[in-house]
Design a protein around this ligand. Structure first.
Ligand code: DC
Length: 235
């Protein structure tokens, strides 16, 4: 139930954070939500979760018809506490398996299927509408398609070199590849995400672009917190 009172009205704010991978989107979004007492939604995790389910259930992810037919079957549930976000598929914790290289290399194909996007977009809008105190939603098409009326839209960018270096640092053990291979995979995924027909990765016209190449994570967080606070104060 939605709490009543002027404080809630004053603080409820919807923040859309978009951009390609390796720009610090997830770390920034989580930290901004935690600092400002907002909920947090990682929409990439939802696309990863549906991809993981398809792979685990023998769906040919390169076949858009097969993906479209199966899209409604898994139940994906996202926990929106920025300090402990969760994701389950049919009640099973999916937070580990969705980060494997196999899922990462297949997620662009699955997320390009319009039926998948329609279902996941509906899920995202419901979660945002239920976040009474406000929410930070991060992804690729949040400002353009999912929440075009968001109170503030941020588009994070960074050079391909900086993004590859950050992604490389996140990969562990056997999955760690060399920098050149990481950069190549990242550019390929960005091209697929930007080039797809249905709601591609794109900056909304009214989004504030923040280039994170030369910034530390703390600087990016501070910059976004300031932008949100200014918007909140003006509401
Ligand atoms: O943010 P991420 O790397 O975990 O996202 C995984 C993939 O999900 C990304 O390559 C494209 C897709 N995605 C999308 O199509 N739309 C979103 N709003 C978020 C992610």
């Amino acid at each position: 139930m939605q709490p009543e009172g002027p404080t809630t009205v004053e603080t409820a704010v919807i923040v859309a954070i978009d951009g390609p991978s390796g720009t610090g989107k997830s770390s920034t979004s989580k930290a901004v939500a935690a600092k400002l007492g907002l909920r947090y939604l990682d929409t990439g995790a939802q696309y990863r979760a549906i991809t993981w389910w398809m792979l685990a259930n023998g769906v040919d992810v390169e076949d858009p018809h097969a993906v479209a037919t199966a899209a409604g079957k898994p139940a994906i549930v996202s926990g929106t506490d920025p300090n402990a976000p969760t994701i389950t598929v049919d009640g099973q914790d999916a937070s580990g398996p969705i980060r494997t290289q196999e899922v990462t290399s297949r997620v662009s194909a699955v997320s390009a299927v319009p039926e998948v996007r329609t279902l996941i977009t509906e899920l995202q809008r419901t979660i945002a509408a239920e976040a009474a105190g406000g929410i930070v939603v991060e992804g690729r098409d949040i400002g353009t398609t999912v929440l075009p009326d968001a109170d503030i839209k941020i588009f994070l960018t960074a050079s391909a070199e900086a993004r590859a270096a950050r992604r490389s640092g996140e990969l562990k053990g056997k999955e760690a590849t060399d920098l050149a291979a990481t950069k190549e995979a990242l550019i390929k995924r960005d091209a697929a995400d930007s080039g797809r027909k249905t709601s591609p990765l794109a900056k909304a016209d009214d989004a504030v672009e923040v280039d994170t190449t030369e910034l530390t994570l703390d600087q990016v967080i501070e910059c976004v917190v300031t932008l949100v606070e200014e918007k909140r104060a003006a509401k």
